[in-house]
Design a protein around this ligand. Structure first.
Ligand SMILES: NC(=O)c1ccc[n+]([C@@H]2O[C@H](COP(=O)([O-])OP(=O)(O)OC[C@H]3O[C@@H](n4cnc5c(N)ncnc54)[C@H](O)[C@@H]3O)[C@@H](O)[C@H]2O)c1
Length: 267
């Protein structure tokens, strides 16, 4: 049901690892809606993931970039503008990884070197993406920059571990850079807070299946799928949301405003 909402727009989409990735679905929908895109991911994801398959399917370029390395980002954005023939209209940051979660460290016994790396990959990379775009003057006026986040930034979900602080930092970067991008270039910056979703990053969290089921029951509309998330991203990249900026937008079937749902306790 494509409406060509993104016809004539150019975007860079970070984070498609395999066909479960949220960014994978976003890339497919953006292409369906008429956008020209470039895909990117960490070099290691090019070796172990399936991003090249997506690039072939959509007939687009995929350019490796470690989002913690400014030189990689500069190379990515300059090549992207060259390939697509102009500045960018939208960018999706769909990047997250926690070393302490991966290495099964409990929140009360964290390794701080890993924590720094986690913050760099999952949050500071968003600032690096925006600062690089800013310095290169790579965004078109009225463009849209979006990052994916999770409600553990506001509420405590113990097994989300240090990713909670990563997301709080990520959301704060959206507000702070949203001011600068808004006043100088009319570019909007937002975060989209998504339901638990069955992906590589999601399933790395302890007890994820049980938590996924709980959130599904708690939410009046159920958990939002990655396809529905992709639809919302398309709208956020389209001209229909030009005045929305510096917001954390919940896309969670109503979970964030629930207190108690009788379905959860079997009433
Ligand atoms: N899955 C969920 O339950 C859920 C819920 C809310 C928000 N999110 C967020 O959505 C985003 C996408 O995650 P996903 O669930 O699609 O999982 P995913 O594992 O498919 O995507 C995470 C991506 O981050 C990339 N990445 C890791 N280190 C990188 C680096 N240094 N440079 C560039 N890329 C790097 C990975 O290669 C991968 O493609 C993340 O920010 C995640 O926190 C996920």
């Amino acid at each position: 049901m494509a409406n060509q909402l993104l016809a004539g727009k150019r975007g860079v989409i970070f984070g498609a690892l395999d066909d479960q990735s949220i960014a994978w679905k976003v890339a497919e929908k953006c292409a369906e809606e008429g956008a020209t895109i470039v895909l990117s991911n960490a070099p290691v994801a090019f070796r172990f993931g399936e991003i090249q398959k997506l690039a072939e399917k959509l007939n687009v370029e995929a350019i490796p970039a470690d989002a913690t390395e400014v030189a990689d980002l500069e190379n990515l954005f300059s090549k992207s503008m060259e390939l697509m023939g102009g500045k960018l209209d939208f960018v999706l940051h769909s990047i997250g990884m926690s070393l302490n979660v991966r290495k099964k460290k409990e929140y009360t016994d964290l390794n701080y070197e890993w924590m720094h790396k986690t913050f760099d990959i999952s949050a500071i990379s968003f600032h690096k993406v925006m600062q690089t775009l800013w310095k290169m003057d790579a965004m078109n006026d009225w463009g849209s920059i979006l990052a994916l986040t999770y409600i553990a930034a506001q509420r405590t979900f113990p097994d989300y571990n240090e990713m909670a602080e990563s997301k709080a930092l990520l959301e704060s970067f959206a507000r702070s850079f949203g001011y600068h991008f808004g006043t100088h270039k009319h570019v909007r910056v937002n975060t989209l807070s998504q339901s638990p979703t069955m992906t590589t990053a999601g399933q790395g969290i302890k007890g994820f299946q049980e938590f996924f089921d709980y959130a599904d029951k708690m939410s009046p509309l159920g958990n939002a799928s990655s396809e529905a998330c992709a639809d919302y991203c398309v709208v956020m990249f389209s001209d229909l949301t030009r005045m929305v900026t510096m917001q954390n937008l919940f896309h969670d079937g109503g979970f964030s405003n629930m207190g108690m749902n009788p379905a959860v306790i079997g009433l």
